[in-house]
Design a protein. Sequence first.
Length: 232
Amino acid sequence: MRDHHPIDVETLLNRVPICDGLEAEELAILARGTSQIVARKNQVIFQRGDHCSGFYVLVCGRVKLAFTSPQGTEKVVQVIKEGQSFCEAMLFMEAPYVFFSQAMADSLLLHVSKRSVLEELGRDHRFVQQMLGGVATGYHQLMLDLESFTLHNGAQRIIRYLLGELEEAGETGESAVIELDIPKGVIASRLNLTQEHFSRILHDLEALRLLEINGRRIVVPSVSALKKYQGL
């Protein structure tokens, strides 16, 4: 993580989609209810069973949201990247968290208090719409995940993930390189696959010359061929 220097909380909040368009005075109100959290790698940010006291914005680093079974098996629900917010939906529930949050790398987060959010919701109908939009986006992604887990095989899930990484990176060429910035085991869990199954599929795709794999560096010789495989 970069050196921890003083940050402009209002500027950072203004970059979060659910805060987009808020006036300076409104951002200042939220900023007054915002605290900074420095989380070292593997540090738990909140536990299953904790009650929501606000939502979070990841300034830098990586954070995962995950479940743990009684047997200790971990299921990653979401990997949070820089600039993303999370736990907005929990603001409107009295139920405790059913998942936990853990830093995957040294991270800096903002915690926006529930009280300041609810006060702003009472003042600004636009903010209400944006908060609802953020919750709806999360629900939509949950439905997409459910579709993928139930209707797509392992290869399709991996290919969709890789294509999503290319899209996020702005790659538009016929060939491309993906540098995986999180461990393969975490990606496998996120895609509802065992790490062994995940690795086996990657090697199968490499044998078909759809991928070239060197550790976390994955070369896609032909994006169109990868999309075409298995009807994607």
